[in-house]
Design a protein around this ligand. Structure first.
Ligand code: ADP
Ligand code: MG
Length: 820
């Protein structure tokens, strides 16, 4: 069977059979019995089967009446059909002989289930199926990524307000998260440290307290005097006074949640969704729908680990009975995420390595030795070790699948170049893929320079040839959108004819019509932009090249193994000798002016600077807006005589590349950027990184930003600004000021990081992590252990008790990328 419609229908049949399995083959999965459905299904599916032999087998499979079968036969038959579906979808390549199961233990007569019937199909219908959700409302939910009933069940509150523990203002303690109900006395725009914010005074019967919301000047107008509001957040001490810092808040009206004395969910909202409306709606919705969610974890495993049942966990995640229930719900749901993630990556790895044999490359040692000898420096011990690991992989007939982690500037590119050269030496082509065109170009220049030291370079523009490196000319091409169409066409032809050894470009290399004659190695820079999907794309083109994936994000090992369990791990854990330290200073808000003066001085010396705008939680759009405002302010009020540029996530990538290009070429002095600033960008002349609201970033992120400078010979500086950091924020700033080692920082980050993502999974093609926290090391390890154990006994999740799990796995991963 092919794609599209029939695949969907195969999916429907699969769901039905899975439901039958859950219901002990009682012929109840389809209203009125399965036979009629099956006949219809088979007639449609048969039309798409081309080979007569396949058709015969197919027909044999669908000739019996399900209703007439014994329970044992039904089980056997359902498994045969499921296996058939797997095969025809091309899952395992190996033909599985129809397993003759021992006759199942005699099943009791079909039981009537106590819970409402699991209803997978209904869960996948649009949210409008739920009571009280109009099309207009559905549109608003759609903006938050909530499309189906199931999405809404998994639309978790980002926190709860604990009305069971309300405090009065006089009871507040600094350094803790607390909740109060108070009246607004006054609210006005304020400019602490020059940034537009809102400051308010609120009070209750016991006293008053100051509240400040940074970067939210518009609140001043929303908060009218005498409004009753509930505030929840951290209280800190400022000049001896208690202050609420950017707390969550909402207005309190009449008989409100505040009077229920319980944990009340606070949902992430978008324009046009009102908190109270959503809360009310969710309560009814959860009561009705959560019980319909089928369990997918095998019962034994769930019992053994003491995990809540899924429907209960979902209900408690929204409206917990108490803090303990909320915690248990989170543990169950976090376990699900990490467990499915782990099972998924393990399956990927198996498919990648067993799907098709790889090509063992005939690595020519002398070529490598000459390359290493030609370098203007000695490889570090870490580089040599990693290079050896890679070469050993390349020489094996199993496709390499390796993640190379190494700090910014640790010398990954050199190692990758050696691998590209090894592939060329063995007569294979290779592709080097970067996340953006500008980075691709940068790599092309670096690789050219490295090869030019080894052999004689000729050619110009996008195609260079080297004599004297191999026993034939070695050619290297850059393939990016910038190239004239005619030149591009010719490059493509040459690549297809096998005339080019090394091709450098973006992911377009694997996605759009570039055909290699014999692709032996693919190197991917910056894994988190690039991932599972690209690897699948390559495989779909009929290649199973060796893959080397490089990242500068220092991911703690436990986490790396889970996120990238499909990759072997190599780490360059030391920087080349003689690297200068980037001087890092945490400045007080009143030192902003001197920070600007410092930038000015560096620019006068011919250097360049980055100014990184604050992370704004609301959205990319708000962040772009804030950055634009900051850019305008700086251009007008602070650096009117200097050349400033702006990049943010809302710019088209063409425009972004253009600005980055100007900065790289020295046409700009200062680049104002949102935190989306390109990873891996290499501008040796940039010596200053100024980070606004630095306390709001994770340690690893701060370290990444800092790594944008210090790439040349000149002393470089990182300046951190923070208005009124929380205790955790202070601790982080302290650590980053005194630590240069990215791995140490990542470990510290892992320990400190509360809810929220240490590492975005969205871009990588991995399923979302919503409940799992990076600090959940124990759950992480548990999930890994359980997944590994399960994989050992039932790698294809074919046992009846794993059917539901298998379905969930496919669902989760299909949503995220491609589940091949
Ligand atoms: P990464 O890609 O890991 O950020 P690069 O490969 O771009 O790092 O290397 C950063 C810089 O360090 C480059 O200028 C490179 O030539 C240099 N370099 C790499 N390896 C060494 C080494 N062993 N000794 C000295 N300099 C090195
Ligand atoms: Mg790099």
């Amino acid at each position: 069977m092919g794609v599209g419609k029939s695949k969907m229908e195969a999916g429907a049949l699969r769901k039905i059979l899975e439901l039958e399995t859950q219901r002990d083959y009682a012929d109840t999965a389809v209203f009125g019995g399965l036979d009629k459905y099956l006949a219809n299904w088979a007639a449609k599916a048969a039309e798409e089967i081309a080979s007569p032999a396949d058709l015969r087998r197919f027909k044999a499979l669908f000739k019996e009446s399900y209703a007439a079968m014994t329970m044992e036969r039904r089980q056997e038959w359902a498994e045969e059909v499921l296996a058939y579906l797997d095969e025809s979808e091309g899952k395992p390549v190996k033909a599985r002989p129809p397993e003759k199961k021992p006759a199942p233990v005699k099943k009791p007569a079909p039981r009537v289930r106590k819970t409402a019937t699991p209803d997978d199909k209904a869960l996948d219908t649009p949210v409008t199926a739920a009571k009280g959700i109009s099309t207009a409302l559905a549109g608003k939910f759609g903006k938050l990524g909530v499309k189906t009933v199931r999405d809404l069940l998994y639309f978790f509150p980002h926190r709860h307000l604990d009305y069971s523990q309300l405090k009065t203002i006089s009871q507040l303690v600094a350094g803790q998260e607390q909740t109060i109900v108070a009246n607004v006395w006054q609210a006005q725009e304020a400019r602490p440290g020059g940034r537009r914010s809102t400051e308010a005074i609120v009070g209750d019967a016991t006293g008053n307290i100051r509240v400040i919301w940074f970067n939210q000047p518009y609140l001043a107008r929303t908060l009218k005097t005498n409004t009753r509001i509930v505030l929840s957040g951290r209280v800190s001490l400022f000049r001896g006074q208690h202050v609420f810092q950017s707390p969550e808040w909402e207005t309190v009206e009449g008989q409100d949640a505040a009077h229920t004395g319980r944990l009340v969910p606070v949902y992430p909202l978008t324009a046009g969704l009102r908190p109270r409306q959503v809360r009310k709606l969710m309560k009814d919705f959860i009561d009705l729908w959560a019980p319909r969610l089928p369990e997918f974890l095998p019962k034994k495993l769930r019992k053994r680990l003491g995990l809540l049942e899924l429907s209960g966990a979902i209900a408690q995640a929204h409206y917990p009975e108490d803090a303990v229930a909320k915690d248990r719900a989170r543990i169950r749901l976090a376990f699900d995420e990490l467990f499915l993630l782990q099972l998924g990556v393990m399956s990927k790895k198996r498919d990648w390595q067993q799907g098709r044999p790889g090509t063992a490359l005939d690595v020519k040692a002398p070529v490598l030795e000459r390359f290493v000898a030609s370098l203007p420096f000695r490889l570090t011990a870490a580089q040599s070790r990693v290079l050896k690991e890679i070469m050993a992989d390349l020489a094996r007939p199993v496709p390499m699948s390796r993640l190379l982690q190494g700090e910014v500037g640790s010398g990954k590119t050199v190692v990758a170049t050696a691998a590209l050269l090894a592939a060329a030496g063995s007569g294979c082509q290779s592709a080097f893929m970067a996340p953006t065109e500008i980075l691709a170009e940068q790599h092309f220049q670096t690789i050219r320079a490295l090869l030019a030291a080894l052999g004689e370079e000729s050619g110009e523009g996008y195609l260079r040839t080297y004599a004297g490196i191999l026993d034939r000319p070695l050619s290297v091409a850059l393939l990016i959108g910038d190239i004239r169409a005619a030149a591009k066409k010719e490059l493509r032809q040459q690549i297809a004819a096998g005339g080019i050894d090394i091709v450098i470009g973006t992911h377009a290399l694997v996605q759009k019509g570039v055909d290699f004659a014999r692709l032996g190695l693919a190197v991917v820079d910056e894994q988190h932009r690039f991932g599972v999907e690209q690897r699948s794309a390559l495989r779909e083109k009929g290649f199973s090249p060796h893959m080397l994936v490089m990242t500068a994000t220092p991911i703690p090992r436990t986490l790396a193994l889970t996120l990238y369990g499909d990759l072997d791990l190599s780490v360059i854990d030391a920087l080349p000798p003689g690297r200068q330290e980037i001087k890092t200073r945490w400045l007080r808000p009143d030192q902003r002016a001197s920070a600007y003066a410092f930038i000015r001085k560096q620019v006068a010396e011919g250097r360049q600077a980055f100014i990184l705008c604050p992370l704004v939680e609301e959205s990319e759009a708000v962040m772009a807006q804030a950055a634009t405002a900051e850019y305008e302010r700086l251009s007008r009020e602070v650096f009117p005589d200097l050349r400033l540029g702006l990049v943010h996530g809302r710019l088209a990538s063409k425009d972004k590349d253009a600005v980055m290009g100007q900065f790289r070429d020295g046409a700009l002095d200062i680049l104002v950027a949102t935190p989306v600033i390109e990873v891996g960008i290499d501008i040796p002349n940039a010596t200053v990184m100024l980070i606004e609201s630095a306390d709001r970033f994770g340690l690893s992120q701060l370290h990444q930003f800092r790594g944008r400078v210090g790439r040349g010979q000149a002393q470089s500086y990182c300046m951190l600004l923070a208005e009124e950091p929380s205790d955790v924020g202070r601790e982080r700033l302290d650590i980053i000021e005194n630590t240069q080692d990215g791995f140490k920082l990542a470990e510290a980050d892992l320990k400190m990081r509360g809810p929220g993502e240490f590492f975005g999974t969205r871009q990588s093609g991995l399923p979302d992590l919503r409940m799992a926290r990076i600090s959940d090391v124990a759950i992480l390890e548990l999930a890994r252990r359980e997944a590994t154990g399960l994989f050992e006994v039932d790698p294809h999740l074919k046992k009846p008790e794993h059917r539901a799990l298998s379905g969930e796995l496919a669902r989760v991963w299909t949503g995220a990328g491609e589940w091949s």
